[in-house]
Design a protein around this ligand. Sequence first.
Ligand SMILES: [Zn+2]
Ligand SMILES: [Zn+2]
Ligand SMILES: [Zn+2]
Length: 374
Amino acid sequence: MNLKAGGMLSAYPGMPVHDLEHNSKKEQLIKKYSRIPTYKATRGLKGFINMGSTCFMSSILQAIVHNPFIRDYYLSGSHLDCPRDPKDCISCCVGEIFKDFYSSTSTSGYGPSSMLSAAWKVRKSLAGYSEQDAHEFWQFLIHQLHKNDTKRLHDRESTPALDSDGDKKDLASNPLFKCDCITHRTFAGELQSTLTCADCGNKHVTIDPMLDLSLEIRERNESLKTLDECLQKFTKPEKLDILFSCPRCAKKTGVTKQLQIRKLPPTLCIQLKRFEHVNVSTKLEAHVDIPLILDMSKYTLDGRRNGDSGSDLYELYAVVYHIGNVNTGHYISLVKDRDGMWFKFDDSHVVRVSEKDVLASQAYLLFYIIHEMP
Ligand SMILES: [Zn+2]
Ligand SMILES: [Zn+2]
Ligand SMILES: [Zn+2]
């Protein structure tokens, strides 16, 4: 056993220990110091203590902790070689949470104080006790996981130079640069935007990276009733109000714009835009039907619908919903565990719920995972 593997085992005290040598003295020691994790620990079923309006953070962390790609990344020790001070590294803080969730024998809630203070250091606006937006925290968190991925930190010398602060103009936002970090491996897809000249039909195509989809849940003041209707609205050609200078017919003409998904991600995060911040902040309460299995083939560029690939089918595994009004609300998450059972995580309370409860929730963020890896 090399030193590194030893370090890994000691960092995950709940993991089973297998020693290659049959040495009775060692065996006794192993038996004395190893523990069988509890059922809850093997499933990571644990809540977060509310540290003063921190539910925006806890609800997102539950969706992260129960994502199989991110779980494998952390439980295989992929971030243990981080050279940074764990107090300043949000990825290390997430690692701490995994260690606690998957090995601790205590079932009481986890106090995310190290995560909170590390997040405050990186983004001052997260401090204080005002209610924050869970989607904004989600974007912040996955950006941090990208930035702190040790593969990136070690490769930095060999990759083309970044901006002086290494961050502002991130290369990973360029779709031609394939980032291999945990965030991009888990959440990155590609969105294609096509502008079509109304006069000559010339198409101007741009491709952008996509880490989630933000969908309107209203059309001309009418509420959309299903997630499919929201996705249809998002991907259908839309006449723009502006005039477009067409490079081909050299006229100023009308133009239609269409968004389509060029590449689907392994995990698809969808935001239903319930919060509107025009002059005053309002919340749209309408119920949107969400499917447990989502077929994305209709919204992709090549509209693969021949059925046998199965790679456009997604399975819902987490929902974040919001109760209360826009300023004093509360976030709760619903998460499916490895055995297909749903649990509700309301701060430190964890209870079993049914699929019906999940479908009835006023979903704000949806997390779908690819049904079959291509
Ligand atoms: Zn770290
Ligand atoms: Zn990345
Ligand atoms: Zn034209």
